[in-house]
Design a protein around this ligand. Structure first.
Ligand code: MN
Length: 290
C-alpha cells in the first residue's frame, strides 16, 4: 500500500532563548508542550534548534557546564562551528561541520557541552540541532554509551542530483551508522534539483526542518528555519526545493509508554523521577570536573 503522509503543521521558529551561554535555541519540541508536545513526537521528546548565528571571538569558554541526564539520549548535529562534549562515563570529543554526537545517558551521566576551544577563539557562524531520543522503559537504566559519528562515516545516497545523508535508520536498502534502541530515523536531504522521496513503514512520526534554504514537503512550502510535522498515518512524502536546500528529517515510532519529565531527567513515572533526583544527589551519576 502506498499512501502519502500529510503535513499536519508548519511551525515557525519560536522566540530564541539561551541554553548556558553557548546555545541560542528555538525549542520546537519540549515537555512543556510549546509549540509541539513531547508526547506527540515521542520518541523525539525534545528538539532545540540553534539557527545560524554569529558568535564573536572569545577567550572564555562558551556552553553549558556540568549537568546530569537520565532516561534518554542526547543527539547533537553540528551544521556550522564546533562542539565539544565530555561525560562522566568517559565519552567525549569534538564534532565539526556535519558530524553528530550521539550520547546515550540511559542510567545516568554528568556531562558538559560547549563550543570547541578553537572555535571559541576564532568565533564564527554557529548552527546546530540537539534532539532528545527517548529510551524504551526496558533500556532507561542500561549503561551509558557514546557514539561520535563523523560525516564521512554516514551513508551518502545519491538521488539524482540530490543526496540523502543517513545518520540513523534506513533509506532504501541503506542503513545509517548510529545504533538505536527503538526504530529511529535521522537524515539530511541535500536538495539540488531532483526531488527526494522518503518511504517509511507504518507508524513513523516524522518531523522535517528546513536547515538551509526553503523547501517544499508534499506540495506544502517549508520556509527556512521552519519545522513541519507530518501525519503518523501514511508512508511516503517528497521533499523538493527551487534551489539548493538542506533539510533535516527526523522521527521514530511511538514508544506508547508514559512520559515523566523533570528538567534533565525523562522517566516513565514520578517515582522514577524521585529516584533519579535522589541518585543524582547521592553522587551516583559519577564525577566530572568543570
Ligand atoms: Mn545536556
Amino acid at each position: 500500500m502506498h499512501s502519502e503522509k500529510i503535513v499536519h503543521q508548519v511551525v515557525a521558529p519560536p522566540p530564541v532563548h539561551f541554553v548556558g551561554d553557548g546555545f541560542r535555541v528555538h525549542s520546537f519540541i519540549s515537555p512543556s508542550g510549546s509549540p509541539i508536545r513531547s508526547q506527540d513526537m515521542n520518541p523525539i521528546i525534545m528538539f532545540d534548534y540553534n539557527s545560524r548565528h554569529y558568535f564573536g571571538p572569545s577567550e572564555v569558554k562558551r556552553g553549558v557546564g556540568v549537568h546530569p541526564h537520565r532516561g534518554f539520549e542526547t543527539v547533537t548535529i553540528a551544521y556550522e562551528g564546533q562542539i565539544s562534549h565530555h561525560d562522566s562515563s568517559g565519552g567525549g570529543g569534538t564534532i565539526g561541520q556535519g558530524d553528530v554526537q550521539w550520547m546515550t545517558a540511559a542510567s545516568g551521566v554528568l556531562h558538559k557541552e560547549y563550543h570547541s576551544e578553537a572555535f571559541t577563539r576564532t568565533g564564527g557562524y554557529f548552527q546546530m540541532v540537539q534532539l532528545w531520543v527517548n529510551l524504551p522503559a526496558e533500556f532507561k537504566m542500561s549503561p551509558p554509551k557514546y557514539q561520535g559519528i563523523l560525516r564521512a562515516e554516514m551513508a551518502h545516497i545519491p538521488v539524482g542530483s540530490s543526496e540523502v545523508e543517513l545518520i540513523a535508520g534506513e533509506f532504501g536498502d541503506q542503513h545509517g551508522p548510529a545504533s538505536t534502541f527503538s526504530p529511529v530515523h535521522l537524515s539530511n536531504a541535500y536538495l539540488n534539483g531532483d526531488p527526494v522521496a522518503y518511504a517509511f513503514p507504518d507508524g513513523f512520526r516524522i518531523g522535517v526542518l528546513a536547515v538551509r534554504g526553503d523547501a517544499v514537503v508534499n506540495g506544502t512550502p517549508l520556509p527556512q528555519d521552519h519545522l513541519a510535522v507530518l501525519s503518523e498515518s501514511g508512508n511516503e512524502f517528497t521533499l523538493s526545493a527551487e534551489g539548493e536546500s538542506t533539510v533535516l528529517v527526523f522521527g521514530g515510532v511511538d514508544l506508547k509508554e508514559p512520559i515523566a519529565p523533570y528538567g534533565p531527567f525523562v522517566m516513565n513515572t514520578t517515582e522514577e523521577l524521585h529516584q533519579a533526583i535522589q541518585d543524582y544527589n547521592a553522587g551516583k551519576f559519577g564525577v566530572l570536573a568543570d
